[in-house]
Design a protein around this ligand. Structure first.
Ligand code: AMP
Ligand code: GLY
Length: 425
C-alpha cells in the first residue's frame, strides 16, 4: 500500500513510524515531512501542509491508497473533504467537524447546548462590550481568540488592566489575525490537566492512553507558553473512575452532539480536560492528534495503527478491540535556544547512531543540508522512551537526550516530576 501523511512535525514522525509497522505498507509519502522523517518516508518539501491543491494532485498521481491528515490547518481547510471527493480514503475529520477545534465559539456553544461540562463563558464580537463585561468580572479570567492561533490564542489576565490589553491586542490590533474577530471570555478553572486522544468513527470511540503535556518553556512551569516541552503517558490523574465519568459526561455526549449537528466527527478527537473539584471539564477540543502527546501515546499502541485508522474511515471501529501496552512513556523535547521567542536555525545536530531499543528520536524542526541534519524550528527533537515504569521511561529519555547535541540546545529538566509525585501520592 502507498500511504500519504500530511504534516511535518514530531507528531507526524510518530504516526509514520507506527504506520510502517504494518507489513502491507510499501511507501509512505510525507507532505512536506522534514529532515528526520526522510529516514522513514519519502518527503516532498515543495508541498506544504496548507497547499490543499498540491496535496490532492500529488495523491491522485501517486496511487495513494490511504491518507492521514494530521495538522489542524489542512483539516480546517477541508483537505479530507477534497481527498474524499477524488476517492481517496483518509483518516481525519472533514471541515465541518474540524470546527470543533477551528472555532472556539462553535465548540463552546456545542457544549452549552448539549450539557457537556466546561467553563462558563460569554462570546463577544465587540471590544467595547467585552471590556464592559470585564469591569465587573472576577480575576484571573480566561480570554480566547475564536479561531486557530497556533496554540497561542489563550490569555489568562489577572487584573482588569491586563485583560484590557488582551482584548485590545486580539480584537483591535489583531495579533492573531482574523482568529480574533470574536473572543470567548470564560471562567478560570483549577485542577490537574489531562489530555485524552480518542479514535472515533463518529459513533464508536476508543480512547487512547491518557497523557500529560508540559506547556511552559521553563522548569517548574515558568516562562512562556510553548507548543509543549514534553509529555508523559499515562497521566496518573486519569483514574478509572475519572475515565468512566469522562466517557459518560463528555466523550459520548460530544460524539452524539456532533452527529445531531450534522457533522459527525471521524478521526482523532483530542479532549483537553481539567479535573476540577466539580469533576472533569473540557478546556478545549482539538480535531487531531496532539503534539507532543502523540510521541508518548502511539508507542504504547499494541494494535496496528493502520488497521485502527481504516476502521475509523470505514465506520467499523465498534468491531475492533484497540489494545495498549502496559507501562509508560516519556518524551523530552529538545528545543532551539530562545524558543518560543526568536531563535536561530541551521545548527548541525549530532545524534548517536546507537541508542537503546526502547528509545526513539522523533524529528520536529529538522532539515537536511548537504546530507547533514540541521535544526529548522523551535522544537527540534522529541526523545521518547518506553519502559515498565514512568520513572525508568523518564531516566532513559533524559539519558538519551543528554547525548544529543546542537548549538543552543535546551530542554526542561522536570518533565514528568508532577506525574511521578501524583502517582506516588
Ligand atoms: P489551550 O491553548 O486552549 O490548550 O489553552 C492553553 C492553556 O490555558 C491550557 O492548557 C490551560 O492550562 C489554560 N486554560 C485554558 N482555559 C482555561 C480555563 N478555563 N481555566 C484555566 N485554565 C485554562
Ligand atoms: N500539545 C497540545 C496540542 O497539540 O495542542
Amino acid at each position: 500500500m502507498n500511504l500519504l501523511v500530511v504534516g511535518g512535525g514530531g507528531r507526524e514522525h510518530a504516526i509514520i513510524k507506527k504506520l510502517r509497522e504494518n507489513p502491507a505498507v510499501e511507501t509512505v509519502y510525507a507532505l512536506p515531512g522534514n529532515g528526520g522523517i526522510a529516514a522513514d518516508a519519502v518527503c516532498v518539501p515543495e508541498i506544504g501542509a496548507k497547499d490543499i491543491d498540491g496535496i490532492v494532485s500529488f495523491a491522485k498521481s501517486h496511487a495513494i491508497d490511504f491518507a492521514v491528515v494530521a495538522p489542524d490547518d489542512p483539516l480546517a481547510l477541508g483537505c479530507v473533504d477534497r481527498l474524499h471527493a477524488v476517492g481517496i480514503p483518509c483518516f481525519g475529520p472533514d471541515a465541518k467537524a474540524a470546527r470543533i477545534e477551528a472555532s472556539k465559539v462553535f465548540s463552546k456553544n456545542l457544549m452549552k447546548k448539549y450539557g457537556i461540562p466546561t467553563a462558563d463563558y460569554q462570546v463577544f464580537s465587540d471590544a467595547a462590550k467585552a471590556l464592559e463585561y470585564l469591569r465587573t468580572a472576577s480575576f484571573p479570567i480566561v480570554i480566547k481568540a475564536d479561531g486557530l492561533a497556533l496554540g497561542k490564542g489563550v490569555l489568562i489576565p489577572t487584573t482588569y488592566a491586563e485583560a484590557e490589553d488582551a482584548v485590545r491586542s486580539i480584537m483591535e490590533d489583531k495579533v492573531f489575525g482574523e482568529s480574533g474577530n470574536e473572543i470567548v471570555i470564560e471562567e478560570f478553572l483549577t485542577g490537574p490537566e489531562v489530555s485524552v486522544l480518542a479514535f472515533t468513527d463518529g459513533t464508536a470511540i476508543a480512547p487512547m492512553v491518557s497523557s500529560m503535556d508540559h506547556k511552559r518553556a521553563g522548569d517548574g512551569d515558568t516562562g512562556l507558553n510553548t507548543g509543549g516541552m514534553g509529555t508523559v503517558a499515562p497521566n496518573p490523574y486519569y483514574t478509572a473512575e475519572v475515565a468512566q465519568q469522562c466517557m459518560d459526561t463528555i466523550f459520548l455526549p460530544t460524539l452524539a452532539a456532533m452527529r445531531a449537528e450534522g457533522c459527525p466527527f471521524k478521526g482523532c478527537l483530542y479532549f483537553g480536560l481539567m479535573i476540577t473539584p466539580k469533576g472533569p471539564k473540557v478546556i478545549e477540543y482539538n480535531c487531531r492528534f496532539g503534539d507532543p502527546e502523540t510521541q508518548v501515546v502511539l508507542p504504547l499502541l499494541k494494535t496496528d495503527l493502520l488497521t485502527v485508522m481504516q476502521a475509523v474511515e470505514n465506520e467499523t471501529l465498534a468491531d475492533l478491540t484497540v489494545e495498549w501496552h502496559d507501562g509508560a512513556a516519556a518524551c523530552v523535547i529538545l528545543a532551539s535556544g530562545g524558543y518560543p521567542s526568536a531563535y536561530e536555525k541551521g545548527k548541525e545536530m549530532t545524534i548517536p547512531t546507537e541508542l537503546p531499543a526502547n528509545v526513539t528520536v522523533y524529528h520536529a524542526g529538522s532539515a537536511l543540508k548537504d546530507g547533514k541534519l540541521v535544526t529548522a524550528g523551535g522544537r527540534v527533537l522529541g526523545v521518547t522512551a518506553r519502559a515498565a515504569t514512568l520513572e525508568t521511561a523518564l531516566s532513559d529519555a533524559y539519558a538519551a537526550a543528554q547525548r544529543i547535541h546542537f548549538d543552543g540546545v535546551y530542554m526542561r529538566h522536570d518533565i514528568g516530576q508532577r506525574a511521578l509525585a501524583a502517582g506516588k501520592g
